[in-house]
Design a protein around this ligand. Structure first.
Ligand code: RM4
Ligand code: MN
Ligand code: MN
Length: 426
């Protein structure tokens, strides 16, 4: 199924007058404050977030999985789903493939399909956290960090293969999330685990083409509960430095212990030009992978403040690879992603509204109250008309979720694909 432009426009027609009114009121207020509206709209329009190929079906927990109806059963159908998101929002113009869950059968055809939807192939993701069905050896006791040289070799070769697959699609980066770690004290030696990991990463880095980047994720716990080899940003940063200039740390919002100051991590990494990618989600406890902005929107805004700041100030830091990394256990995956995309754009827009000059002045005077006022003035602004305007000018929907429902997209997908289909992924 595809979103037909004429039908989308019909839905927009009913809301366009309301939007114009809201937008001009907001634009007037913001212009008075010295905001460059056109610049803001442009930046919103340029902001594209990758959708991971494993997040278009229902996610599960270790206790079970409740499937969602009309899930995509092939990579082609997954790309079509992202096409729906992109047609409605104009901000989901990329896909991040997970290998081996989504290995293309026909490269030319899949590239053609993606192109037709205006979708590019962003970072490719490897998987050494599960044993593959035809594998000779097991990752039970780790992959990059394993004490067994042959297992390490298998993990490196898998990653090299992922790079080769990405190459054929036009991807320019590899994201590594390493699940290696231990469940019990004494289970393995920390130092040699780290050394083995560094060695494996260097081999993969060496295999990458010269214009590729390596993103190294970190996570404190899960699936291992006593120790994780790459447990925090410091370890990732250290490994990235050991690999070379084109290796970077990747921050996933859910990969921190409760109350960690993520915005400060972002600021530090960007200062050192070492932030390569960013995974969006939200959480209450750990790597909950909930809808972006559903639990802690103010934190997200503060993080975006540092991202926006970093993008201005750290010119050597590469353009970030943005991706939603959420799991949809209970909602329609596409609706969930629409909500996440909206929350990301909302936070980004609000962060761009922060009056940085006045903030600096208040900071230098030690006026703590005023500093907070400045941040919260931006946070409390209702920027939704701006987002809608940015979208509509590109041919997207004024209200993507409403339009998705009005068009009965899920029912159409069920009619096309059947009810009890299951997507590959988590
Ligand atoms: C991990 C991590 C990775 C993602 C997997 C599926 O927790 O966030 O980015 O590839 O989950
Ligand atoms: Mn992630
Ligand atoms: Mn995660």
């Amino acid at each position: 199924m595809e979103i037909r432009k004429e039908i989308l426009q019909e839905h927009n027609k009913k809301q366009i007058q309301g939007l114009e009114n809201d937008f001009s009121r907001l634009a007037e207020k913001l212009t008075e404050k010295g905001v460059n509206i056109q610049g803001l709209l442009q930046r919103l329009q340029d902001f594209q977030v990758a959708i991971p190929s494993w997040a278009l079906g229902a996610g599960g927990t270790r206790f079970g999985r409740f499937g969602f109806f009309g899930e995509p059963t092939s990579l082609e159908e997954k790309i079509d789903d992202i096409g729906i998101l992109h047609a409605l929002t104009k901000t989901a113009g990329a896909v991040s493939l997970h290998i081996p869950w989504d290995i293309p059968n026909d490269y030319a055809a899949i590239k053609e399909k993606a192109k037709g939807h205006g979708i590019i192939f962003d970072a490719v993701n490897s998987n050494t956290f599960q044993d593959q069905s035809n594998a000779q050896l097991s990752y039970r006791h780790g992959s990059f960090s394993s004490m067994d040289k042959e297992v390490r070799q298998m993990a490196v070769l898998h990653n090299n293969e992922v790079v080769d697959i990405g190459e054929k699609l036009g991807s320019k980066s590899l994201t590594v999330w390493l699940a290696d770690g231990t469940n019990f004290p004494g289970q393995r030696d920390f130092q040699s685990s780290l050394l083995n990991t560094e060695d494996s990463l260097k081999k993969i880095y060496g295999h990458m083409p010269d214009d590729w980047k390596l993103f190294i994720e970190y996570k404190p716990y899960e699936p291992n509960f006593y120790s994780t080899v790459i447990q925090d940003w410091g370890t990732s940063f250290m490994l990235a430095n050991a690999c070379g200039d084109r290796a970077y740390t990747l921050v996933d919002l859910g990969h921190h212990l409760p109350n960690t100051n993520i915005e400060q991590i972002v600021a530090t990494l960007m200062l050192k030009d070492k932030l390569g990618g960013f995974h969006f989600n939200d959480s209450k406890y750990g790597d909950d992978d909930l809808t972006v902005g559903s639990i802690k929107p103010y934190s997200l805004f503060l993080i975006f403040n540092e991202l926006v700041n970093g993008m201005e100030r750290s010119k050597q830091n590469p353009e970030l690879a943005w991706m939603i990394d959420a799991s949809h256990n209970i909602k329609d995956p596409l609706e969930d992603l629409l909500q996440s995309l909206e929350a990301i754009q909302e936070s980004y827009a609000k962060a761009m509204l922060i009056d940085q000059e006045s903030l600096l002045e208040a900071q230098s005077k030690g006026d703590v109250v005023q500093c907070q006022e400045i941040l919260q003035d931006a946070f409390r602004t209702d920027v939704r008309p701006l987002l809608a305007k940015a979208r509509v000018d590109l041919g997207g929907a004024i209200n993507p979720l409403k339009t998705y429902r009005a068009m009965e997209v899920r029912n159409e997908l069920i009619a096309e694909r059947g009810k009890h289909t299951v997507a590959t992924g988590l």
